[in-house]
Design a protein around this ligand. Sequence first.
Ligand code: 5GP
Ligand code: ZN
Length: 147
Amino acid sequence: MLVSPCIFCQIAAGDHLAVRILETDQVMAFLDIAPVHPGHALVIPKDHYENLLELPDELWGEMGQVCRQVAQALQKAFQAPGFNLGMNNFEAAGQAVFHAHIHVIPRFYGDGLQLFPQSGYQPGEMQEVGRRLRQALASEEEMGGKD
Ligand code: 5GP
Ligand code: ZN
């Protein structure tokens, strides 16, 4: 149950102003109010889901298709030679609006953006990390198989 009014639910319902770009039955794309570059768009489900882990598969697929269409429009309208898709999930990852959304960000040569600084692994660490993730995925599959 949602306690405080969700700004993206309000945008989806037309109760809060947004510059809309594209709409399907279940998904909407509109301009981010604080863009990385002009054209930076947000793709949301019209119904309220907080993050990727809550989204039904079909809706996730539809959001992906809308992202693709928005990206193509950015190429066409602004000759953007590239684009980033980004999704912040949970507070620790920088999610500020807790209604699932994908950022579609046009990119240009020399625009100076570096989204994620990268580092490296200690010897053997990469193998161990891979092992832990495979183990987590295997136990998830086992749990899924029980239903
Ligand atoms: P997050 O950090 O949750 O991934 O990003 C939320 C995004 O929503 C931010 O980029 C922010 O600029 C955008 N945003 C927040 N409030 C509004 C609003 O009222 N209208 C629009 N169009 N964008 C918003
Ligand atoms: Zn919402």
